[in-house]
Design a protein around this ligand. Sequence first.
Ligand code: M6R
Length: 609
Amino acid sequence: MCGIIGYAGSRSCAGIIYEGLRKLEYRGYDSAGLALVGNGGVSTIRAVGNLESLGKELRRNGHPDASTGLGHTRWATHGRPSVENAHPHSDCSGKIAIVLNGIIENYADLKESLEGAGHRFTSETDAEVIAHLVELHYQGDLLQAVHRTCDDIEGHFAFCVVHDDHPGSIAGARRECPLLIGIGKGEHFVASAIPAFLTETRDVIEVGNDEFFLLTPDTAQVFDADLEPLEREVTRVQWSEDAAEKGGYETFMRKEIFEQPQALADTLAGRLPEDGDVVLEEMDISDTELAAVDKVYVLACGTSYHAGLVGRYVIERWARVPVELDIASEFRYRDPVITPTTLVIGISQSGETADTLVAMRQAREMGAKVLAITNIMGSQATRDADGVIYTRAGLEIGVAATKTHLAQIACMQLLALKLAQLKGTLPPGEVAAVAAELRSVPGLLERYLKSEAAAHDIARRYFEKPFFLYLGRGIGLPVCLEGALKLKEISYIPTEAYAAGEMKHGPIALLEKGSPVVVVATDGRVYEKVLSNIQEVRAREAAVIAVATEGNKAIRDFSDEVMYVPATSEMLSPLLAVVPLQLLAYYIARLKGCNVAQPRNLAKTVTVE
Ligand code: M6R
């Protein structure tokens, strides 16, 4: 949550920082701001709303002389979105400016004592205490002041500071929240995520946990917790620049939906050799340990949780290992039963979600082996785990997750196959058959996406409905949950997703003539049962929108609308069935005129508990 960027160099930097913020806007878009260090000292420019408002301010006065600066795009935690609460925040003298990503948990006590010492606060934010603490501790050395500030603050954070006395420098620190340094020629960048400076440089060093940094145009230094300098290897990032561009699509979400065949193919590449073992490369968990696993426990939030739910069906079916799941924010408040033979899987696209990280750490402390499934190399989740399975979906910018979800499901399927192999619960021939089928899914998806118009037509007929019910059974249930989440988060239409068999125990009361009910009715062992549930819906004159397997003509007699997906075996069906639901949500949101790119109140990465 919140995106930060800094530039220290010799070029006029307002435009560079603004462009960087454009790439970080998915992290928050309540308000945004810049601090520019130029001839007139440190100037801050802040605006409420998305970056366009800030852009207007900048066009009025872009401080072309400034060649050092900070930028911030905010997702409000402490204090409503307003100019006063927007970052950067300044100290009393106006010589210092800071930007923060994260939360300062003890800010109230600090603010009280700083105010007692005469500091004047101008915002309701937790972040502002950092500006005043740096002011308090500053005795000529900016890095030392940052270091002392970190002794005072509690929480998880990444922050950057500029000071009028050090016009070419940026100092900062991180605890938990990410911070990457981009190395240019005679210039340096610092940001919450690499896309912020990817068009400028691909050479990156990381600021580690509890570390500090100091940037000037010519030097980029990282320091440990005692301010001892550290040697950091420079990594050359291979991501394509297009990843952070819409490439002709109207939104990132649409682009990413259409990138799913590639995301899936990349996630599977090299991991399913023709006649060999499933290969999961970054696993520091031995095959012997995996073979001994007698319980799997999945921890995740939102869409990642739904991928975990799909994983439950697949692991239990193929590997015969019981699977438990927890919404990560609930895990620590129960008394979960974890043993050394429990495999805990934390699923997180960003690898930064605070709830998931806390739960993973707790599980590890309890003695479990912890595996992370994430899309982001080097993210915190990868450090807190004994093994990693990377989703290779490429950068996902759309706030509503799509391609990473599909890749997460694929990773769970790969893991299930691996466990089945090690435990001997699937004969080798069957493993090979599943592997071959999995390899064919990207092609099927490609074909499906060429004929996605059905979803658009259906969206046109139903987008004004005030409520959607989603029903599914078995492995179709997590697909419904995900479809319902997609629709509510981007169109704001209330949705409910239910196990189809459970509908008659309550939600059926919601149905009236014409109520849209989306039913996942793909082929599988529960298909006939789902048909019975469809009949119950029809008997209430509600409108059935079915997702069904190609070739199933009979479903037309039971449904008002059908979205057909290519046939697969049941355990692979979510990889196809969820896509029409993504598209349906997308088209409905667009028809309602919603801002799909920036759904209200949401952020792509949720780094607060
Ligand atoms: O980065 P993570 O996968 O840990 O994020 C978890 C959720 O915040 C995320 O899936 C959220 O539900 C998305 N808005 C879904 O579209």
